[in-house]
Design a protein around this ligand. Sequence first.
Ligand code: GLA
Ligand code: ZN
Length: 684
Amino acid sequence: MKQAPISAKLPVMMHGADYNPDQWLNYPEVLKEDIRLMKLAGCNVMAVGIFSWASLEPEEGRFTFEWLDRLLDSFADNGIYAWLATPTGARPNWMSEKYPEVLRVGPNRVRNLHGMRHNHCYNSPIFREKTKIINSKLAQRYAKHPAVIGWHINNEYSGECHCDYCQGAFQEWIRRKYESLDALNEAWWTTFWAHTYSSWSQIESPAPHGEFAVHGHNLDWRRFVSDQHIDFLQFEIEAVRPFNPSLPVTTNMHMIESIDYRKMAKRLDVVSWDAYPTWHDRKDDSELGAYFGFYHDLFRSLLRKPFVLMESTPSMTNWQGVSKLKQPGMHKLSSLQAVAHGSDSIQYFQWRKSRGSSEKFHGAVVDHAGHEHTRVFRDVASLGGTLAELTELVGTTRPAETAILFDWDNRWAIKDAQGPRNSGLHYEETVHAHYKAFWEQGVPADIIGSEDGFEGYKLIVAPMLYLCSEETGRKLQQFVEDGGTLVTTYWSGVVNETDLCHLGGFPGPLRKTLGIWAEEIEALHDHEANSITMLEGNALGLQGSFKAVELCELIHSEGAEALAVYGESFFAGRPALTVNKLGAGRAYHMAARHQDDFLNAFYVGIVRDCGIKRAVDAVLPAGVTAQVRTDGLKDYIFLMNFSGILQEITLDDCSYTDAESGLPIEQQLKLDVHGVRVVCRTRE
Ligand code: GLA
Ligand code: ZN
């Protein structure tokens, strides 16, 4: 039940950082010292060359690989490995000067000046040609280097370009998708405001001073932009892959909304991502802990195997309004949190603080002081020791019986729509709130998309599934008929895949599965609320009343049983929470938005009724979570305290040992402020 390690060359927990030695080429003593410090910090891997294009090709066609030769050789001599980056996240000045077409054009159709990073057009033939040259030269030289364990393609792909090349590519993309103008006009509902297209050449990207009111158009533009990143990623991969097909390929992802990472991940061997929680903005970090738990689970779920935490800060960032230091314990807690959710590596941005420019105050393992006698260095080195004790975990999986449905195009479509609540529909917040109820109970969850397989899950939670195709509706129906439990909410089954409303009654393709008709939806102001009251003897055994906020649907039962009814206004007495039995399964629907107290109580009942396994069978105080990885025989449980206060847990009577020390664990287990313990038990 274990996955193969990410790299056969380094089959242990990886630990390291982005390393930018090209910033220090005039400081030879620094480079030498870095190797000593890396070993001292228990680091075994560095991501190198990320923005090194100007250091590798200082003039067009003149290449200077000597510094990288020396670096990788010295890594190999010292047992340090490298994710070798393609340097295409930023371009040299000479390229923009000689070939202005490589620069991006904004939505306002104005071309950018040279500067920053990611400021290039993926459809510029020159940019592609130059990318191919530098990538293949790197690969030819280093793909078989003993220190290189994989490709770090580009860096956090993002942004969009509206130049003429990109307009042409968009027209082509649309033409391939719809084939006829009639089909396009129907799919985008262009008769509205006389938007009908009479030729493909009229299609342009959305613009603030042009077209932005056709939702199908906006949605397809977002899909196109996402596809452009994926296409360019593929182009970069093809330039390096042939030189050593066994080297794994990754690109570091981030919480960027504009790329459908689920599609992008299909081109990768391993998913990696960059996590920057802004800890300590409040005393209780549990909100943020659950939020990052969600994202770790999302990135793990993309390929359903261990991922790489490619970047995190060992201390603080430099881009927050207020940059807090990591308090004692937090470095270990937040790093092991990533491991708990499936990361087989902990890496930082960056190894050594830059001397100048905009990131000179961003946290790094080695500070400007330049030595190891710092709090941050000691925390990093101590984590290096911990990770070395956890080698056994490499390749273990997460046994999730619950899945949360979270689609990129649903995110895009929800936010584009006008009405019912332009002051905030809070889609992501809603998904996170549902996820948090599982996190609090220590229930592992996968984060999946409509196109993933639904088999193997006992429960699927699909909050605000506004964009729901007929196909997704059918799949969810099948899932329920086959015995699964589905939970949906208000504002579901409203539009199809081209953002046209389902006709014949909402929730469209989910109507039969849910056994309801959602006739109207009302938005509430922030200062307003409705309420719901649980009905006597309801199947979940819940009691009392709960607040309903922001969005309340007026629904009719078409076979579903009401578990709760609205309490206020003319909604009073109408169903607010329903369950429908279909085939061997059940489908619940929440007609209104609720707060954590309801979600926690509701999902405790659901988890119990579905027989879903929790990481530990113990009462977990609020803000303390338990997450599990397993090899099928042995479970590794991470008990993590994000509550900001001392906590105690009484474990169940399985016999647990400490995964770091191997010693037996006391049943009354204390967790310090920001405390984490990794314990293991044999599976029954
Ligand atoms: C991103 C980038 C890094 C660095 C960090 C700073 O994640 O990939 O190059 O700029 O942000 O937090
Ligand atoms: Zn362009």
